[in-house]
Design a protein around this ligand. Structure first.
Ligand SMILES: [Ca+2]
Ligand SMILES: [Ca+2]
Ligand SMILES: [Ca+2]
Ligand SMILES: [Ca+2]
Length: 265
């Protein structure tokens, strides 16, 4: 997110006063110079650590970085996933200057077929241009307050809300990469606040190739790949994950669902 700095300088013109020769007045002047309005910035940085794949720590696989503006960092790059594969990811979102609302938004979703192999044909896949992988991937996100990479409902860690779904708490799983509210006025999540309160929000993300079940009492997240069909063999799914921040001030009714990104699906 780029910073925008706007300066408005107020310069007082000095008036020339001609004083008559025969009269003098005591006088005094106080000048306030250099008055400026500067637009505050909403600057978001993101770090990532604590990735696992099928229970193994993969922090060394380019999945860890310190807080920064994202350039070419990827949250997910898995080349050879299979039914039942699962993983977790921990990210932190920081608002550096001013209180900010924040959202995790997904755009440019693409299902690629990468050719139709025999098994896919046998499974009835006849759509050679459209892949089928995304429908088998599930993702669950939560406020990982203690940054331990685990969902801890006992410690009041709460699920991130799916936009537009007020009944989210009744669900135990959902399909891949919905937009999620990180800090949204409607979903009872506090704004990021560098000026009092917490400027960082810790987010846990658990993904699964198959049906994901989340136990909201114990926090156990399980993955069942038995429903994944062969029509997804060799297919790939890609998406852009966008972390979006917007000012809080004068903006009390902010909703992530109202955010419009360019080039969205
Ligand atoms: Ca394929
Ligand atoms: Ca297909
Ligand atoms: Ca936790
Ligand atoms: Ca396919």
């Amino acid at each position: 997110m780029s910073k925008i700095t706007l300066s408005l300088s107020v310069i007082a013109a000095a008036a020339v006063v001609v004083v008559g020769a025969t009269t003098a007045f005591f006088n005094d002047t106080e000048t306030s110079t250099g008055n400026v309005f500067t637009a505050g910035s909403i600057d978001l940085t993101v770090d990532s650590f604590g990735a696992t794949y099928n229970g193994e720590d993969i922090e060394t696989a380019g999945t860890t970085w310190t807080a920064r503006d994202l350039t070419n960092q990827k949250f997910f790059t898995f080349e050879d996933i299979k039914p039942g594969d699962y993983g977790t990811r921990h990210i932190s979102v920081h608002a550096d200057d001013n209180p900010a609302w924040a959202c995790l938004l997904v755009t440019n979703k693409e299902d690629d077929e990468n050719g139709l192999n025999e098994a896919e044909g046998d499974a009835g896949d006849v759509t050679e241009n459209n892949g089928e992988l995304s429908k088998y991937i599930s993702v669950f996100g939560w406020q990982d307050d203690d940054s331990n990479g685990k969902y801890n409902p006992d410690d009041d860690e709460t699920p991130l809300k799916i936009q537009g779904d007020p009944d989210f708490d009744l669900l135990s799983f959902f399909d891949v990469f919905y937009d999620l509210d990180i800090a949204d006025s409607q979903s009872e999540t506090d704004a990021l606040s560098p000026t009092g309160g917490a400027s960082t929000r810790n987010i846990g993300v658990a993904w699964c190739v198959g049906t994901q079940t989340v136990n909201h009492d114990t926090g156990v997240i399980s993955c069942d790949g038995s429903g994944v069909q062969d029509d997804a063999q060799s297919d790939s799914f890609s998406a852009d994950v966008v972390l979006y921040a917007e000012q809080v001030r004068n903006n009390p009714n902010f909703k992530c669902a109202d955010v419009e990104l360019p080039e969205r699906d």
